[in-house]
Ligand binder design. Structure first.
Ligand SMILES: [Mg+2]
Ligand SMILES: [Zn+2]
Ligand SMILES: [Zn+2]
Length: 828
């Protein structure tokens, strides 16, 4: 059967009755012997939840019977809380006297479909049909209506809705539905399979939250009827009616604002219908859009610079749980038997076998010998994960396709996943407690597909910026910088140690000493020639696989910028690039461990010469700003086009301060001696010169929303300043560095700035996360077909060429055509 379309509507009382198998009237659930009572909420006609019992309606047992609905006949109607707004707008749209829609027929275009919002605009104050003045209707939250000063009960609302003619409803967009159904007279009772009871070990029964709520409704319904039959006073009946409205409302939604939530006897909030659907853990996002899966594992991650970039270290305890199906044939029969022999506890063993008839059998220490005799071609042995197996590795949030990549297994001791530091960039992982997930593809097809499309090597370049995203990071960059900067020489013993610890296959000459550049060149692909600017200044020149000039830093091997890595990937392919990256990063780590590298707070000390310069600079900034303020006060300041004099002054001050910070950076560059902190900043390993300026010299101007700090009291940030003081200190200028320390005012200004950036960051991530959820929802069924068109699930063409240009952004050349490189290649 093909589903043509789905339409959502409201159930009519007739439909509810027709789909029901039982009318629920009794408040008790079970009799003395513990059998469900007929007419009670656990009525045996509503389905089965206990094994060994057959359904009274369909005759099936547990699992086969989906359950059947019942109903409660409500003594007085109540309003459906989730339709409250709809009822409200509908009431405002119809005449209280003649129950006709309050629009002028002449203004209505009957071919058009109006939204409720549009219709509300067409409503007349006086009824166009009977000419009566309309009353003032008020919705008193959560679910009462007052007209002028009379309460509009659900009975009255229902009566009014019943009298609306069909033609008027048609204009309002009603299809296959009457508005009076929004007021509940018959309440459908969900099958027991929806709200199964649990039998505790003590033999006691524990009922579902929905059943508890329904018991309340049946009970109050009973009492209301009794009181009406007895002719009880109106206020008692109204109270009971109100209570019934409360119970039915909280049955639908237990989180209505202004309504005290229904609680369990223990004080726990009841989880009713809405709560089952809503949120991440609800039915939609928790059970339908996302499910728990088999053959997956999750644990904390740790770094391991010695494993390959495309490997993942898997703990043995996980390897013996996760399995791969091994299809037994003549050539692997012996191997399969070995796995079975090891059993479920010894790695590498096997946990289950699947017989040719599809039956699955657990391998135990007792039956493994028997199984070994039994297995033959056609059997499947679910063997443990072993080295080289293909797995998918993922870290959330999965924001781009590199968030899940295919790795090769390396079974290890201990209890964490191990990964090479170069892949932390695409995963955005660090090791402060991050956890990652591992999935084992179960079919050969899935394994091949994963390896061909999702392998780490295939994802070295990011389609976002068309440059390596799997690259050297922090210590790798520092190490390579120290190795290749200047003409550092290594004795024969030293260079042998370094090179051999990385790669045993590299050919070494028997030179007395080697420079860092020569050592680095050993790992470059033969014949590679490239020239570019490095981050730390100066050109990097590589000719015929030899580093002749320049320093290797972030510009060569770092993420987003790594030009050298980029070139190697393009000319020699992903595998060579991968190997190169692994070799040079291990070399860098080796160098650092061998020779040591540490930073200290004294790195930030300024030499006397610099201190003098800084003082001069600070005086200059102050003088400039004072001058500008003076000019402004005299009205002589040059006013910028489109700005007020005050804004022009602010602009000028901001520029002066920014230039001041730049000059401070220059002073730092000129006067500070080379030290480890500077090395990290210069090589691009970590931090920035600005960070050092802020600690060693001055923090500079603190800003909120791109302006000098304005808020606080009228005309001043603190009561300690004069009103309308526009001097540097009063507006958040911090003239000291973090190392020297900040004054209380400066500290507070800095905190203002910090708070803003903190909030910005967290709001931005939340915002973009939600935007992504919506995009994924809208685009998830788009697919590139084999004919190259992008189509949706209905096979409609969305784009003739993916991205409308068919260009793979990860394979783009960012800097256009390099004629020189082509010429060099052609003519040597
Ligand atoms: Mg972390
Ligand atoms: Zn049944
Ligand atoms: Zn009227």
């Amino acid at each position: 059967m093909k589903v043509k379309r789905i339409e959502f509507s409201v159930l009519s009382p007739e439909t509810i009755k027709a789909m029901s198998v039982a009318k629920i009237t009794r408040t008790e659930l079970y009799d003395e012997e513990g059998y469900p009572i007929e007419g009670g909420l656990m009525d045996p006609r509503l389905g089965v939840v206990d094994p060994g019992v057959r359904c009274r309606t369909c005759g099936n047992s547990v699992g086969e019977c989906f359950g059947h609905f019942g109903y409660i006949d409500l003594t007085r109607p109540v309003i459906h809380v989730h339709y409250i707004k709809f009822i409200y707008s509908l009431l405002k749209m119809i005449c209280w006297k003649c129950n006709r829609a309050l629009f002028d027929e002449a203004t209505i275009d009957k071919t058009k479909r109006y939204s409720l919002k549009d219709l509300a605009k067409l409503v007349k104050k006086k009824c166009p049909h009977c000419n009566s003045e309309q009353k003032k209707l008020k919705l008193i939250k959560p679910y009462s209506f007052v007209e002028n000063s009379d309460v509009l009960t659900p009975v009255k609302i229902r009566e009014r809705f019943e009298k609306i003619p069909d033609d008027d409803l048609k204009i309002m967009g009603f299809r296959n539905m009457r508005p009076e159904w929004l007021v509940i007279t018959l309440l459908p009772i969900p099958p027991v399979t929806v709200r199964p009871s649990i039998t505790l070990e003590t033999g006691e029964r524990s009922e579902d939250d929905l059943t508890h709520k329904l018991v309340d409704i049946v009970r109050i319904n009973d009492r209301l009827r009794e009181n009406i039959d007895l002719g009880a006073p109106d206020f008692i009946i109204e109270d009971l009616w109100e209570l019934m409205q409360y119970h039915v409302s909280t049955y639908f939604d237990n989180e209505i604002s202004g309504v005290p939530p229904a609680r369990h006897r223990s004080g726990r909030l009841l989880k009713t219908l809405s709560q089952r659907l809503k949120t991440k853990e609800g039915r939609f996002r928790g059970n339908l859009a996302g499910k728990r899966v088999n053959f997956s594992a999750r644990t904390v991650i740790s770094p391991d610079p010695m494993i390959q970039i495309d490997e993942v270290g898997v703990p043995e305890v996980i390897a013996v749980e996760l399995t791969v199906p091994l299809r037994v044939n003549a050539s692997n029969l012996e191997e399969a038997k070995k796995f079975v022999m090891n059993g479920p506890d010894v790695w590498p063993g096997a946990n289950y076998i699947i017989k040719p008839d599809g039956r699955r059998k657990k391998i135990t220490a007792q039956n493994k010998e028997e199984i070994i005799k039994e297995i033959a071609a056609g059997y499947i042995v679910e063997r443990h994960l072993k080295n080289g197996d293909i797995v998918l590795f993922n870290r959330q949030p999965s924001l781009h396709r590199m968030s899940i990549m295919c790795h090769h297994v390396r079974v290890m001791t201990d209890k964490t996943f191990r990964l090479n530091l170069c892949v932390t960039i695409p995963y955005n992982a660090d090791f402060d407690g991050d956890e990652m997930n591992l999935h084992v593809p179960q079919t050969e097809e899935a394994q091949v597909e994963a390896e061909n499309l999702m392998a780490v090597q295939k994802n070295m370049r990011s389609p976002r910026f068309s440059a390596p995203i799997i690259a050297a990071k922090i210590d790798h960059v520092t190490g390579l910088y120290l190795l290749t900067n200047g003409d550092r020489k290594f004795s024969r013993e030293e260079y042998t140690q370094l090179v051999r610890s990385v790669n045993q296959d590299v050919e070494l000459s028997d030179k007395e000493s080697m420079t860092g550049k020569e050592i680095f060149s050993l790992f470059l692909p033969k014949g590679l020639s490239i020239e570019y600017k490095s981050k730390s200044g100066g050109n990097v020149v590589i000719k015929n696989g030899k580093l002749l000039e320049g320093t290797i830093d972030k510009m060569s091997v770092g993420a987003e910028s790594g030009k050298l890595l980029d070139r190697i990937e393009k000319e020699y392919g992903a595998h060579v690039a991968n190997k190169f990256l692994f070799d040079v990063t291990t070399l860098a780590v080796k160098l650092l461990t061998q020779y040591g590298f540490s930073i200290s707070i004294s790195d930030q000390d300024l030499p006397e010469s610099a201190r003098l310069e800084v003082k001069k600079l600070m005086d200059q900034i102050r003088r400039d700003v004072d001058n500008m303020i003076e000019q402004y006060n005299k009205g002589e300041l040059k006013v910028l086009i489109g700005r007020s004099p005050k804004e022009s002054l602010e602009h000028a001050i901001k520029i002066t301060l920014r230039n001041g910070l730049n000059s401070a950076e220059k002073i730092l560059n000129e006067h500070m001696k080379e030290n480890p902190t500077l090395t990290m900043a210069r090589s691009g390993a970590r931090g920035d010169l600005v960070n050092i300026v802020q600690t060693a010299i001055m923090v500079g101007q603190e800003m909120t929303m791109g302006e000098r700090i304005e808020r606080g009291y009228r005309g001043r940030v603190f009561p300690h300043f004069k009103v309308d003081d526009i001097n540097l200190e009063a507006k958040g200028f911090v003239s000291r560095g973090f190392k020297e320390g900040l004054t209380p005012f400066e500290f507070f200004f800095d905190a203002i700035n910090s708070r803003e950036s903190l909030m910005d960051k967290s709001l931005k991530t939340r915002h973009s996360g939600y935007m992504e959820r919506r995009l994924v929802g809208a685009l998830q069924d788009l697919k590139v077909e084999y004919d190259g068109t992008v189509r949706d699930s209905d096979n409609r063409i969305v784009q003739f060429v993916p991205g409308e240009d068919g260009i793979d952004p990860s394979k783009n050349e960012r800097e256009g055509v390099n004629v020189r490189r082509i010429a060099d290649k052609l003519f040597g």
